[in-house]
Design a binder for this molecule. Structure first.
Ligand SMILES: [Zn+2]
Length: 219
C-alpha cells in the first residue's frame, strides 16, 4: 500500500504536471521542421550582375519548385556552361542562366544565389530554383555522376525550402519545351528520377528545425 501511495505521489508530483505542461511548451515553440539531407559540395562561382544572365533581382515569392534542365550542349563541362552564362553580359546574344550547373564529373557550380531569380524557367523564374545538367551526347541522358549529384542537390534544396517530394519539375512542365530532353522523351526515366530523389531524401534525411538561416536569406 505504502509503495503504491509513493508511486501515485511521484506520478502526481513529477509525471502529471510534466505531462500537462508538454503540449503547452510545444505550442510556445511551435517549431517547423523539414526533412533535410546533407549539403553536397558546391563550388560557388557567382556570375557578375548583368541584365542578360544575373539580373540581381531578389526573389519576392517563396520557392515552390525545383526545375531540372539539360544544357543542350553535349560534351561541355559545368565550368564552360557557367562561362557561357557569364559571357552573355558582353555578347547580349540572349538572356539565360540557372542557379546551378551539374557537370559530368558530378561537380556542382553555383552561378546565382538562391534568393535571386535566374533566367531559366520563363514565367516560373519568380518561384523556382533551376538546375542545369551536363550531358555526354545529344540523347541527353545524364551520366551516373551527374545523375547522383543532381539527386543530392535537389534533395538538399527540397529540405532547405521545406518542399514536398513532388516539388521537382522539368522545364518541359513549365513551357512544353524539350528540356531536359531525355527525361521528356522517356517519362519512365523521369518518374524514376523523382522516385530516386524521394528515396534518397527519406533514407538520408533528418527532420530538422527550420531557422531563419536555413530559409536561405544568405545564399
Ligand atoms: Zn531548360
Amino acid at each position: 500500500m505504502c509503495l503504491v501511495f509513493v508511486l501515485v505521489a511521484i506520478f502526481f508530483l513529477i509525471g502529471f504536471p510534466k505531462g500537462k505542461n508538454t503540449p503547452l511548451s510545444a505550442l510556445e515553440h511551435h517549431p517547423e521542421t523539414s526533412l533535410m539531407t546533407e549539403k553536397p559540395e558546391i563550388k560557388v562561382d557567382l556570375l557578375t550582375i548583368n541584365k542578360y544572365s544575373r539580373p540581381g533581382i531578389k526573389r519576392t515569392e517563396p520557392v515552390r519548385d525545383i526545375v531540372i534542365h539539360w544544357t543542350a550542349n553535349p560534351g561541355t563541362t559545368a565550368a564552360q556552361n557557367r562561362s557561357y552564362f557569364e559571357s552573355l553580359k558582353d555578347t547580349h546574344i540572349t538572356s539565360a542562366s540557372a542557379h546551378f550547373v551539374v557537370g559530368m564529373d558530378g561537380e556542382i557550380v553555383q552561378c546565382i544565389p538562391t534568393n535571386e531569380i535566374a533566367y531559366a524557367a520563363n514565367n516560373r523564374n519568380g518561384d523556382t530554383i533551376s538546375i542545369e545538367c551536363c550531358v555526354p551526347d545529344k540523347k541527353g541522358a545524364f551520366n551516373q555522376a551527374t545523375y547522383d549529384s543532381c539527386v543530392k542537390l535537389t534533395s538538399y534544396l527540397l529540405g532547405k525550402y521545406n518542399l514536398s517530394d513532388d516539388a521537382v519539375i522539368r522545364h518541359h512542365d513549365v513551357t512544353g519545351k524539350d528540356c531536359p530532353k531525355y527525361y521528356v522523351k522517356h517519362p519512365d526515366a523521369w518518374k524514376k528520377m523523382k522516385t530516386d530523389i524521394k528515396n534518397y531524401r527519406h533514407t538520408y534525411g533528418t527532420l530538422t528545425e527550420i531557422t531563419a538561416e536555413s530559409e536561405g536569406s544568405k545564399q
